[in-house]
Design a protein around this ligand. Sequence first.
Ligand SMILES: [Fe+2]
Ligand SMILES: [Fe+2]
Length: 305
Amino acid sequence: MSQTILDEPEVRFPLRLGVENRRIRSLFHTATRQQWDPATDIDWDQLHPEQYDERHLQAARMYWSRRAWGEYGAISESPALQIRFCREHCVPDMALFFSIRSQEEARHAEVCYRMAEALGGYYEEPEVTAYQGSVATHGIRKMALDPDISLEGTIAALVCAAEEIAFDVFRHLIEITPNPVARQVAKMVLRDEVRHCAFGWAFLEQRMPQLSDAERARVRDAVITMIERVELNGYHSAWLAPDSPASRIEVEVDRLTWEAGLGATTEELEKPIFLESIRTMRQRMKDAWGLDIPLFTHPKFASPF
Ligand SMILES: [Fe+2]
Ligand SMILES: [Fe+2]
């Protein structure tokens, strides 16, 4: 049977609580000041669902439900990482920050759920169960508890790659979404996500200089795996998922939601955002950590990117 970090005896003391990563500690303090309430901080009466026909409403309900499922994934991964931070005696600032990060992901799930409800009703599962492979998990929860997988690699992949891509797409949604409520939801989520991303870079800035070449290579591998197996498999963007009846339904859901102006984007609009996101990430990993992230390929792109 495979071992997890929970099988190891817990050694809590000495318990350090002083500031050991100033940047992460300040993200924690900012987060505590920036709390918001999905019930009262969104102008729900500006949504006007009566302006939309049934077809578009149904698509938007599915779209926002899917967003809620994605955020729900973070609700389970976040505490798993929290346990890992405590077990590995990471700098205490990380555990403090992540307690708020879990709350923020819960808030994101709630706001997306409320959005789906306001549009006519939340869906509890994908229309075609086959699509769960792409949307349901990126495997972080399991990785977080696996002592053989490095924490640095996990954070680099989850935060500095995946969350950064999600951040760029959210910023793009704010620019293109006409419905004021859909835009406001995206804005509020983005306000939290900026800190989630900053956390990853702040952690690795401190850790990378302490790693051996072999450990650094594992960080690089983790990032590549996240891009190739998760992002390019359609985790955030349905049009990147392997072509199947299930993924075609999701792409159509996105298209209709975008057409209604209720959130979502299309392959055509998102492609340049995605490419830029990968380029920026590669450059930053090179500049900050000295890692060379290779070019990627995908049937939707004519050349390696
Ligand atoms: Fe989130
Ligand atoms: Fe996040």
